[in-house]
Design a protein around this ligand. Structure first.
Ligand code: FO1
Length: 321
């Protein structure tokens, strides 16, 4: 299977993505896969109600990244932002721990308005993508509420409480995805998976970005039916951004590309950084075909190159199988 068979029809790709790391690979994939052949299923476990607004941070991070308006320093929120709202809220004694920029706020207001009118998250997301001139198909993992709860030494915390308000300091014990068991995959998700020639696990946090997606009923079964490749979010024992390595250590697992491979035994292949080449044979022994390259996406060109290599690796994999 070549993803560019005879160079014309590019086959269909579904990427599972969460926060900032996932969004970067999605951005690279959008540069090498025609939009009509790329679907991104995005984590909604980070979603929460705040200031009366329905906030979907990972959907927004992926949208802003694809639209080229993401804040390059933080990865979340917008570039060219102003903060008049949150600064004024501060003077009024309102909660400002979750930083909402003025332009970002417009998106949260519009999503909230339309959800309150009874539209689904999928419908709102599709129209926001049109407004942001995004042609890749972006699907929330579910239109039903699923909330990641982080069980810590300070008790159970809602995700944003843990991630932002407490800056990931509490020691994690376990994760729960409230609502997952009674949730349904968003419309088109299962169909996209069934049509996919390749499913990619983006380099997102395994515990709180990809596991919530895999917890949606039907997702694990749908994944297992397709060729799959993952990209390690851990490089040289560290995460480029976010608490993934800290979570591994707190769960008693040495953070490494091997540990991530062990988390996803269902994968056919796994892309690791040159810094982790030492784990190749151990990963192969798990039944995942390892590929080694530079996985640091520190530029648009690096995002595109990594995406291109992931697609090429799968071509080789098919020949190897
Ligand atoms: N992350 C922070 O660490 N601090 C913030 O103040 C913050 C605000 C924020 C606003 C909108 C948005 O879409 C994301 C935001 N994030 C913030 C990131 C958010 O916590 C995401 O859940 C993480 O990116 C993890 O995926």
């Amino acid at each position: 299977m070549r993803l560019h068979d005879q160079g014309d029809t590019v086959l269909k790709v579904v990427a599972l993505a969460g926060g900032v790391g996932g969004a970067k690979l999605v951005d690279g994939l959008a540069a090498v896969v025609p939009a009509e052949n790329l679907t991104v299923v995005v984590n909604t476990g980070d979603d929460f109600e705040h200031l009366g607004l329905s906030i979907s941070p990972d959907l927004d991070t992926v949208m802003y990244t694809l639209a080229g308006v993401a804040n390059p320093e933080t990865g979340w929120g917008r570039a060219d932002e102003t903060w008049a709202f949150i600064e004024t809220l501060e003077t009024l004694g309102g909660p400002t721990w979750f930083r909402l920029g003025d332009r970002d706020l417009a998106l949260h207001m519009e999503r909230t308005r339309r959800l309150r009118q009874g539209e689904t998250l999928s419908e709102v997301t599709a129209d926001l993508c049109v407004a942001l001139d995004i042609h890749v198909r972006l699907l929330p993992m579910s239109d039903d509420p699923i909330r990641t709860i982080v069980d810590t030494n300070e008790g159970k915390l809602a995700f944003q409480e843990y991630f932002v308000a407490r800056a990931c300091e509490p020691v994690v014990r376990s994760f729960e995805f409230h609502g997952a068991e009674s949730a349904a995959p968003a419309p088109e998700v299962i169909e996209a998976m069934e049509e996919a020639d390749l499913v990619i696990y983006c380099p997102s946090n395994p515990w709180v970005s990809l596991d919530p997606i895999l917890a949606v009923p039907g997702m694990r079964k749908a994944v297992q039916a397709r060729p799959t490749i993952g990209v390690s979010p851990i490089i040289g024992g560290k995460a480029i951004k976010g608490p993934a390595a800290k979570m591994y250590a707190e769960l008693g697992v040495e953070p490494s590309a091997l540990a991530v491979a062990q988390h996803y035994p269902e994968l056919d292949a796994f892309v690791i950084d040159a810094a982790d080449a030492v784990w190749m044979e151990s990963i192969r022994a798990l039944g995942l075909q390892p590929f080694v390259t530079n996985t640091v996406m520190d530029s648009d060109a690096a995002r595109k190159r990594l995406a291109q290599e992931v697609l090429e690796f799968v071509g080789e994999l098919e020949l190897a199988l």
